[in-house]
Design a protein around this ligand. Structure first.
Ligand SMILES: Nc1ncnc2c1ncn2[C@@H]1O[C@H](COP(=O)(O)OP(=O)(O)O)[C@@H](O)[C@H]1O
Ligand SMILES: Cc1ncc(COP(=O)(O)O)c(N)n1
Length: 266
């Protein structure tokens, strides 16, 4: 079985973050290991981040990278510039293929990431990525343009590729207007679109984390990127459809939904 690493934060409500990643890895039959960067507490009005000291993050990465073969990793919430730089320094000394989920814009609340952090994502983290998976708002920040339609998604992906990450998936998700949740993969200079109906549920905490974790798991098992994105899209669709409601506004993706559905339809 492949070992797959997630470098991410903890989500107290467990829809997203390291919890989403590890649950997704388990469901998709890879062995998940983790380096925790920060602890996020989500309330109806706020999102608070408690950052772990950089030394603690580096210790976890050293423990993992010196003892296990890690061919694929994903990065999620890194939380601050010092963490981003320390994580990049560790990854730069490996041949690990990295799925970069930039985690700049949360639907769960505001984070306080500074412009210097976004610059570092572009200059240091994205060049290490095999693929990056920004949501629409993150893609706008990384490309420096507003994105309101599919033509702009294509242009933004090209600009993000120019940072050095060869493959880009922009998640239109709920943010792109219309009835369809459209995600766009630009792989080299080839375009792929992945579409599903929009689900009218609030159970989307963790949708992005789950999506990128599923891509990572599928890549680790040897699947090509377009097929991995297709599997991830289906996996997250089931997870939102059967997600766990918390309040009128908030709810978590349930990563066990695909398994349950497959068992029921056997
Ligand atoms: N309401 C929805 N209906 C169907 N799919 C959705 C919905 N919201 C998000 N998705 C899908 O979930 C995945 C994560 O997208 P998104 O929620 O935009 O990311 P993030 O969590 O990073 O903001 C994408 O595949 C997107 O299309
Ligand atoms: C620790 C942490 N990291 C990231 C997210 C974003 O989740 P998503 O964008 O998938 O809803 C989250 N809710 N918690």
């Amino acid at each position: 079985m492949e070992n797959v690493l997630t470098i991410a934060g903890s989500d107290s409500l467990a829809g997203g973050g390291i919890q989403a990643d590890l649950k997704t890895f388990e469901e998709l039959n890879v062995f998940g290991v983790s380096a925790l960067t920060s602890v996020a507490s989500i309330t109806p009005t706020n999102l608070t981040l408690h950052q772990l000291p950089t030394t603690v993050i580096v210790d976890q990465l050293t423990s993992i990278l010196t003892q296990l073969p890690i061919h694929f990793a994903k990065t999620g919430l890194l939380g601050d510039l010092a963490t981003l730089e320390a994580v990049c320094a560790q990854l730069e000394s490996t041949t690990t293929q990295v799925v970069v989920d930039p985690v700049l814009v949360f639907k769960e609340g505001q984070s306080q990431l500074q412009a210097t952090y976004i610059t570092a994502v572009k200059q240091r983290l994205l060049p290490l990525g095999y693929v990056t998976t920004p949501n629409l708002a993150e893609a706008a920040q990384l490309s420096g343009m507003s994105i309101t339609n599919k033509t702009e998604m294509v242009e933004a992906a090209k600009r993000i590729q120019a940072t050095g990450c060869p493959n880009v998936v922009i998640k239109g998700g709920n943010r792109l207007a219309g009835d369809v949740a459209s995600d766009y993969l630009r792989m080299g200079d080839v375009d792929y679109w992945f579409e599903s109906p929009k689900i009218a549920r609030q159970t989307t905490d963790g949708a992005g984390c789950t999506f990128s974790a599923a891509i990572t798991a599928q890549l680790a098992k040897g699947q090509a990127l377009p097929e991995a994105v297709e599997v991830a899209k289906r996996f997250v669709y089931m997870g939102i459809t059967h997600g766990v409601s918390i309040s009128e506004r908030l709810g978590s993706v349930w990563q066990g939904a695909s398994r349950q559905w497959e068992e029921e339809t056997k």
